[in-house]
Ligand binder design. Structure first.
Ligand code: DX5
Ligand code: ZN
Length: 219
């Protein structure tokens, strides 16, 4: 049986009730906390930074999956390790020396992830896939929650899964953006291992039941 992981994106939480929303995730069937860090340069939005992540880490009882949407992420690898990140994902488009960046993330004891924008071709990972713990396929253009899912994502997931198998890599596949109960099962069928869900979880009348439902749909 497949254990698909569900990672609610804290970007969609109520920041005035952040502790309440973190406890909700702790008590739910969710597997990870997905944390979106934006710099207003790589993406046209600024989310939150280190003090907020530090506060989240104090209460979060599950794996912390940090998605960096920032240029030159090498500057902050050590900092995010100290802040409690278990997985640190950088953008392919933001790294000139991606191989070096991945080694630096692992040297700090974290799992290394690479995110791809919707326009970035899977083939570009061919020579580095065996060094990547997780590929995050962006199913929206990064920068904002609540956008609609890009249908071409299914084909990208299948292509990435084939590359991982061909290279005998142990890389897992995460999908980020516009995930709902309408696309979750098909994404898992295509090869996804982790589903990030922001608005779909936090805007729901009953987030705990919504997470449970997503979990059931994807096993
Ligand atoms: C987008 C972020 C996503 C976002 C997902 O730039 O990387 O993690 O929070 O939100 P939804 O699920 O609302 O598309
Ligand atoms: Zn994200």
């Amino acid at each position: 049986m497949k254990n698909t992981l569900i990672a609610p994106s804290v970007l969609a939480a109520d920041f005035a009730n952040l502790q309440r929303d973190i406890e909700m995730i702790n008590q739910s069937e969710a597997d990870w906390f997905h944390i979106d860090i934006m710099d207003g340069v790589f993406v046209p939005n600024i989310s939150f930074g280190m003090p907020v992540l530090e506060a989240i880490h104090r209460h979060a009882k599950k794996t912390i999956d940090v998605h960096l949407m920032i240029i030159d992420p090498d500057r902050y690898i050590k900092t995010f390790a100290q802040l409690g990140a278990n997985i640190l994902t950088v953008h392919y488009e933001a790294c000139t020396h991606l191989h070096r960046t991945l080694q630096a993330i692992k040297a700090e004891g974290m799992k290394a992830g690479v995110a791809l924008n919707p326009h970035t071709n899977i083939d570009l990972l061919e020579d580095v896939i065996n060094d990547i713990d997780m590929v995050c396929i962006m199913s929206v253009n990064p920068g904002f929650g609540g956008q609609s899912f890009i249908e071409n994502t299914y084909a990208k997931v299948e292509k990435l899964k084939a590359l991982i198998n061909r290279k005998q890599a142990s890389t897992i596949i995460e999908i980020d953006g516009g995930v709902t109960d309408k696309n979750a099962a098909q994404l898992v069928q295509a090869g996804a291992d982790v589903l990030v869900a922001g608005s779909f979880v936090f805007k729901a009348a009953d987030p705990i039941a919504t997470i449970s439902n997503l979990k059931q749909l994807t096993q």
